[in-house]
Design a protein around this ligand. Structure first.
Ligand SMILES: [Ca+2]
Ligand SMILES: [Ca+2]
Length: 248
């Protein structure tokens, strides 16, 4: 019998009602184990309540049958990730990632506050491996991730937001995608998944919008993106909507 664990960090506009139909349709037996809930869950939760709540619950789904592959907790191989990071970023071959080398990776740049443990603006093997161990300790299959896309103070409507795993993590985690609504807001999901949520890890962010077949957003936000995002339970501000400002 397959058993999966989904620990869920709710964000604004993500309602429990969005998750329950998914879980019901794929579960012969459905058990909802609520831990660390400070008050009750209805079929929906208010925005304010969702914002205040840090760690909601553990869903245990047993006996699933579905054509959709279940989302497993990623298995991060720290040694492999470090080797791949060196191969793509360590240009001078000193087995240390310098500030200049890190600049080439928007995903690692975004993760510096949590990964650069000694604050010297460089990343050593110990630091990256420790961060990967922390991802493993999170033990999350999915984390809700919501964002706003803004340009010159206005929402960017109908833009596609992609979280693309860092090249050195592409074996461990999957890309996620979302499309902004009339408020420039979107909740991301792994490509092809109905259930919202993304995997813990480091991503570059690509934001694209087609107008008459032409890319309407500057290359520095898509094909040559400088945007990055780390997803993990201890990333500052992750429990709120992340704001991407497309100011050139
Ligand atoms: Ca180096
Ligand atoms: Ca360091």
């Amino acid at each position: 019998m397959a058993i999966q664990l989904y620990r869920i960090l709710p964000l604004r506009n993500i309602e429990v009602s969005e998750w329950l139909p998914f879980l019901n349709c794929r579960s012969a037996i459905f058990a909802l184990c609520v831990s660390q809930i400070r008050s009750g869950i209805g079929m929906s939760i208010s925005s304010a309540f969702a914002q205040r709540l840090i760690l909601l619950s553990t869903f245990v789904v047993c006996g699933c049958s579905s054509t959709e592959e279940p989302v497993a907790v990623p298995s991060f191989d720290a040694n492999s990730i470090w080797s791949q990071a060196l191969a793509s970023l360590d240009k001078d071959g000193d087995k240390l990632l310098s500030e200049e080398e890190i600049e080439a990776s928007p995903s690692l740049t975004a993760a510096m506050p949590t990964t650069d443990k000694d604050g010297d603006k460089q990343i050593s093997d110990t630091e990256l491996k420790q961060r990967v161990e922390e991802y493993r300790d999170d033990y999350l299959a999915l984390m809700p991730f919501a964002c706003l896309v803004v340009q010159d103070g206005y929402p960017v409507v109908d833009a596609t937001v992609r979280l693309v795993p860092a090249s050195f993590m592409s074996d461990s985690i999957k890309p996620a995608i979302g499309k902004t609504d009339s408020e420039g807001f979107t909740v991301l999901a792994i490509n092809g998944m109905e259930i919202p949520g993304v995997q813990v890890g480091m991503y570059r962010v690509e934001i694209s919008k087609r107008d008459d077949g032409e890319e309407a957003i500057a290359a520095q936000f898509n094909s040559e993106t400088k945007l990055g995002q780390e997803v993990a339970s201890d990333v500052e501000g992750i429990e709120r909507d992340v704001v991407f400002e497309l100011n050139e």
